[in-house]
Unconditional design. Structure first.
Length: 200
C-alpha cells in the first residue's frame, strides 16, 4: 500500500522509515521502535496501514467466497384437485429421504419458474399441468447450500400419475398437512396454506 495516497507521509524528508514485522495480536506497546515521538507515529501509521490491508484482504476473500456460493432457485407446485393438495415423498436416495414436499424442481438456465414447473411435473409424474398465480416463497440454508423455493398455484390438466422420482404421493386436506414431516424449505409454505385457505 502506498502511504502517500492515504496521507501517511512524514513531514520531514530526512525522517527514516522503520520496517516492522507485524504478527497476530501485535500491539504498539510491545514494539521497540525507538525513543522519538516521530518514530512512534511513523510505526503507528505503518501498523494501521498493514491492518487496513489485512481487513481489506479478509473482506475481499469473504466476498469472493460468497460469490461462489450461489442461491439455488427451485419451484414448488401448489396443486389442488377436488379440494385436496398434492404432496410427494422424497425417495430413499435423496438428501432429505422420507421428507414430504410440494413437487417441483430446480430452475434451469434460461427457464422461467412456470416453464420449470411444467417440465418437472411431466418428468416426475408424467402429467400435463398449467401454472397460475404466484403463491409465495421460502428461503432455507441447508448444509449443501441455500435454496430459494418459489411456489405457484398449479392445476392438473391431463395424464395419469406415475412415480418417476418420488417414493409416494398423497392427496391431502388442509388439516392433514400437519400430519406429515415436510422438508425445511417447504414448512413456511405449509404454514401459509394453513393461514390462507379455508379448511375442508
Amino acid at each position: 500500500m502506498v502511504l502517500r495516497s492515504l496521507g501517511f507521509v512524514p513531514r520531514h524528508r530526512g525522517t527514516t522509515t522503520q520496517h516492522i514485522e507485524l504478527r497476530p495480536h501485535t500491539s504498539l506497546n510491545h514494539l521497540k521502535i525507538g525513543r522519538s515521538t516521530k518514530d512512534s507515529r511513523q510505526a503507528e501509521c505503518i501498523i494501521r496501514c498493514s491492518m487496513l490491508d489485512v481487513r481489506c484482504s479478509t473482506f475481499i476473500s469473504f466476498f469472493s467466497l460468497n460469490e461462489q456460493i450461489k442461491m439455488i432457485r427451485v419451484t414448488a407446485a401448489i396443486l389442488v384437485h377436488n379440494d385436496r393438495i398434492l404432496i410427494a415423498q422424497r425417495g430413499e436416495t435423496d438428501d432429505l429421504a422420507g421428507k414430504w414436499e410440494f413437487p417441483g424442481g430446480k430452475i434451469e438456465n434460461n427457464e422461467s419458474p412456470q416453464q420449470c414447473l411444467i417440465r418437472e411435473l411431466q418428468e416426475e409424474f408424467g402429467i400435463d399441468a398449467a401454472v397460475g398465480d404466484f403463491f409465495g416463497e421460502s428461503t432455507y440454508h441447508y448444509e449443501t447450500g441455500a435454496v430459494q423455493l418459489l411456489a405457484y398455484h398449479t392445476s392438473w390438466e391431463g395424464g395419469s400419475f406415475s412415480l418417476n422420482a418420488h417414493a409416494a404421493i398423497r392427496w391431502v386436506s388442509l388439516n392433514q398437512l400437519q400430519e406429515f414431516e415436510f422438508a425445511p424449505a417447504d414448512i413456511p409454505l405449509v404454514e401459509k396454506l394453513q393461514q390462507s385457505m379455508t379448511p375442508t
